[in-house]
Design a protein around this ligand. Sequence first.
Ligand code: PAF
Length: 277
Amino acid sequence: MEQFTTVEGLKKGLAARRGSVGLVPTMGALHEGHVSLVEKARAENDTVVVSVFVNPTQFNDKDDLRNYPRTPEADIEVLKKAGADIVFMPTVEEVYPEPDTRVFDFGMLDKVMEGATRPGHFNGVAQVVSRLFSLVNPDRAYFGEKDFQQIAIVKALVKQLGLGLTIVECPIVREADGLALSSRNRLLAPEYRAAAPRIYAAMKAGAAEAGKKSVAEVERDVVAGIEADGMLKVIYFKLVDEETLREVSDWKEAAHVRGCTAVQAGSVRLIDNMRFI
Ligand code: PAF
């Protein structure tokens, strides 16, 4: 596996290779969810590039950026084992030699849920992802469904920029107790880690009621289930059309309805989602 910290190195490394390129963009602190993306990219491409870069422009909270876990040495070992060919671990200056002032318009896609509660977050994601796409020029790029709204934004970005690459959506990987794998899980204090599986349990129970109870009743039950022991606080739980991310008020309003939530677990913000219908 080759490691590059500069754009020049990355370009030279890529130029020496032939065939299709799969890109897995990450912010590091890698876990089995990331490994599943790298493995899928490995199976579908001649060259697998993984970027490890904590992108400052997508953080709307300075403390969150400062506290975001960084484990570069462990990440390199994980990526060697998972079969990556190239790891790109740039500095902020390398990715943004000039401040990125681009403002993207995603209509309502970035005004709801994560977009509404983390202003500017998706604009920053679009900035870094478009920059990585232009540096790597991949045939395919791999994103985890845990960030369901992010996938919608990235697909819209690809369409807006007229890029020829395919966005490959990969399923959420969960712990045995149902907690969705996330780099932020390692920041959970033990009592919050113990409570966190309630998120999946409550959504699963809610999904079993979908179509039998009303949307409003299921929403209420899921929120109550997550908050039942007083440890977790729901920031939002929304039932949305999977295509448009518009909230539904009736199960029949969309071909597929997805439940999406953000939950405060002490100082850590967790997100999760699941298809309800
Ligand atoms: O999902 C993430 O880890 C990040 O948002 C991404 C796509 C790597 C962009 O920084």
